[in-house]
Ligand binder design. Structure first.
Ligand code: PLP
Length: 349
């Protein structure tokens, strides 16, 4: 317990309010037809629940590899309970006591938290004022600390900013250990933004993580995945708990993948809503980070908590995250975004 003192637990408030725009979920629930298919698959799975699930989730990993494309096979793909578990397994395999992990904050808060939980020393490479990563500075910090694992997040949470492939390549060349590109929000990136998946051939130290929690609208399923060299998958096999992915999770994820055209069909509407939100916030004279994700970081407020609370009192839950003075709003339906605008307008006057 002493070792854990001072560490912060993950704590996004789960409040029962009419409009929840605080955890970057997809606001669109599964359609009735998809619910039927999910229920059928879960029922089939339920009939075998006396048995352990497929320990290696081979069918699911094959489906995920097909979905990712880039010529990937099941041997290069791994899945776990949300990308949070994927990240934990990566740090169990490649971090730990005496090892160093590094990220560029502000970024996804669970990277340093899981580093702490796995007793991996954490180094913050820091970002520029505009939330970009300066290549030269990044290389200098990498050369100084020789991290075993570097985390890059693109598009980045909570800033929404995407990372040019050039920067990822530069960091890959400089880093002595693994480089993880967390692409939880890749599907929301502007058309033409390339994925780090294209860098996998010839880069056995690169890991690209994805999730079904965001664009796929399957946060409740808890399914995260990664693509990497088969040797990385072999390392993860050593640290994962046996039978970590339940029969029902595997079944639901495969149904979601079969319906991916329908599920990912919400992405265009969410991107349009995001761009409109960025424009509206800028018109209101606020600072707004460029967003390639399904959320927008905006500020800067002398007392962000007061703004957060005022918006909450009007029935809309957003998130206090990022550097002091900034707030993040996840992109909801058109109606939910109208409620957000009205709430913020009400607070700002
Ligand atoms: N990575 C990033 C950048 C995130 O923002 C999140 C969740 O918000 C995750 C990973 C974890 O998602 P999940 O565990 O639901 O896959």
């Amino acid at each position: 317990r002493d070792d854990l003192r001072g560490k912060t637990a993950y704590g996004a408030p789960q409040l029962d309010v009419p409009v929840r725009l605080n955890t970057n979920e997809n606001p669109y629930p599964p359609s009735p037809a998809l619910v039927e298919d999910l229920a059928r698959a879960v029922r089939q799975g339920a009939a075998t629940l006396n048995r352990y699930p497929d320990r290696d989730a081979l069918d699911l990993r094959k489906d995920l590899a097909d979905h990712l494309g880039h010529g990937l096979t099941a041997r290069q793909v791994w899945a776990a309970n949300g990308s949070n578990e994927v990240i934990q397994q990566i740090l169990q395999a490649f971090g730990g006591p005496g090892r160093v992990a590094m990220g560029f904050e502000p970024s996804y808060s669970m990277h340093p938290i899981i580093a702490g939980v796995t007793a991996t020393r954490w180094i913050d490479g820091a970002r520029e004022e505009d939330f970009a990563i300066d290549e030269e500075r990044a290389v200098r910090v990498i050369e100084e600390h020789r991290p075993d694992v570097v985390f890059l997040t693109s598009p980045n949470n909570p800033t929404g900013t995407a990372l040019p492939l050039r920067v990822i390549e530069r960091i890959l060349a400089a880093a002595p250990g693994m480089v993880v590109v967390d692409e939880a929000y890749a599907e929301f990136a502007r058309t033409g933004t390339p994925s780090a998946l294209s860098l996998l051939p010839g880069n056995p130290r690169l890991i690209v993580t994805r999730t079904m929690s965001k664009a796929f609208a399957m946060a409740g399923t808890r399914l995260g995945y990664l693509a990497a060299d088969p040797a990385v998958i072999d390392a993860l096999l050593l640290v994962r708990l046996p039978y970590h992915l339940s029969t029902l999770t595997q079944a639901a994820a495969r149904v979601a993948l079969a319906h991916r055209t329908e599920l990912l069909g919400t992405v265009d509407a969410l991107r349009a809503e995001r761009d409109a939100t960025v424009d509206w916030l800028r018109q209101r004279g606020l600072s707004v980070a460029d967003s390639d994700a399904n959320f927008v970081l905006f500020g800067k407020f002398p007392d962000r908590h007061a703004i957060w609370e005022g918006v909450l009192k009007r029935g809309v839950l957003i998130r206090e995250t990022g550097p002091d003075g900034w707030l993040r709003v996840s992109i909801g339906t058109g109606e939910e975004m109208a409620a957000f605008r009205a709430a913020l307008e009400g607070v700002l006057g």
